[in-house]
Design a protein around this ligand. Structure first.
Ligand code: SIN
Length: 306
């Protein structure tokens, strides 16, 4: 029996394989494809204080070994989410992490404040890193490109709620370690990385950008080597747990991220190819651990031989 448990703050997740925000609906859509309660957690699609219509279409295009998206945080708002979606997840009993965003630091706090009380999540992921939206008054394009604001928002959300806070970082920075430290200084219980890389696709025949918003964020296997390097860099800077994200398709990919320093991982783009992939990644990760005779997942974290 392998001990797969992962602790984030005071919360224990049953295993380290989680479904990434924006790739798994709010869980219910995937019940025909896998037993959701088997995975460690579902990170729900980002919600905001007020509903958002999202970006102009087309919003998604395939790229070599990847996916380019520019959804623009379309969602029906946090109050709708809490009333209509949380009860299903709570009743199911799956680890539930709600991803939140805002246009200002105050909106993050207000949004988090709506997620307390009955049907509250097991953790909140603060999305400071969506490359498809602009933020009012921010010094840089994304909050997670600025260490000061990363620390400030993390601290403010942490003060507002009791459940663990995970700060989601962008790879679109010069020094990910600096931003990871800022999140840790703000009191984050964990950081998740990476969100997508800035990218674009061009239709040369039509002489137009493919996406309605011109640019988007690239995910999938194309970004895995860069994501691994980002996790490794952050691991060498902070002592809070890291949740690794970026092109994870198999259990072996998951093991690579854990060796590089991740305590848990999120499966994202793979869910669009195979909606049961999270269960497959978990099974394959267990096979790897058995083969390597590793009895506790935490014994693998950061054990890269360098
Ligand atoms: C989006 O809604 O544009 C994608 C979410 C994200 O990249 O954080």
């Amino acid at each position: 029996m392998i001990d797969l448990k992962v602790r984030i703050g005071k919360t224990i997740f049953k295993n380290p394989v989680w479904a990434a925000s924006g790739t798994f609906g709010n869980g219910e859509e995937f019940t025909d494809f896998l037993k959701i309660t088997e995975i460690g957690a579902v990170v729900t699609k980002t919600v905001t204080r007020s509903p958002r219509r999202g970006n102009p279409v087309p919003r998604v295009v395939e790229t070599p070994s990847g996916l380019l998206n520019s959804i623009g945080l379309e969602n029906k708002g946090v109050e709708w989410f809490k009333k209509e979606q949380m009860p299903f997840l709570k009743e199911l009993g799956v680890g539930t992490i709600v991803s939140i965003a805002g246009e200002t630091p105050e909106e993050f706090v207000e949004c988090a404040g709506k997620l307390t009380g009955k049907n509250r999540p097991d953790a909140i992921e603060i999305n400071l890193s969506c490359p498809n939206v602009f933020h009012k008054g921010a010094r840089r394009r994304l909050f997670a490109q600025d260490p000061k604001i990363t620390e400030k928002i993390t601290k403010a959300v942490k003060k507002k709620i009791k459940c663990p806070v995970i700060t989601k970082l962008t790879p679109n920075v010069t020094d990910i370690g600096e931003i990871a430290r800022a999140a840790e200084n703000g009191g984050a219980d964990a950081i998740s990385l990476v969100n997508t890389y800035f990218g674009m696709a061009v239709d040369a025949e039509e002489m137009r950008p493919v996406l309605g918003n011109v640019t988007g964020g690239v995910s999938g296997p194309a970004i895995k080597p860069m994501a691994l390097a980002a996790v490794w860099s952050a691991y060498n800077e902070v002592s809070i747990p890291i949740i690794g994200i970026g092109g994870i398709m198999t259990g072996l990919d998951a093991a690579e991220f854990i060796l590089a320093g991740a305590s848990a991982i999120q499966v994202g783009t793979a869910n669009f190819i195979d909606p049961g992939r999270c269960a497959g990644v978990l099974k394959e990760l267990k096979e790897y651990l058995n083969r390597k005779k590793i009895k506790r997942i935490r014994d693998l974290v950061g054990k890269l031989k360098v």
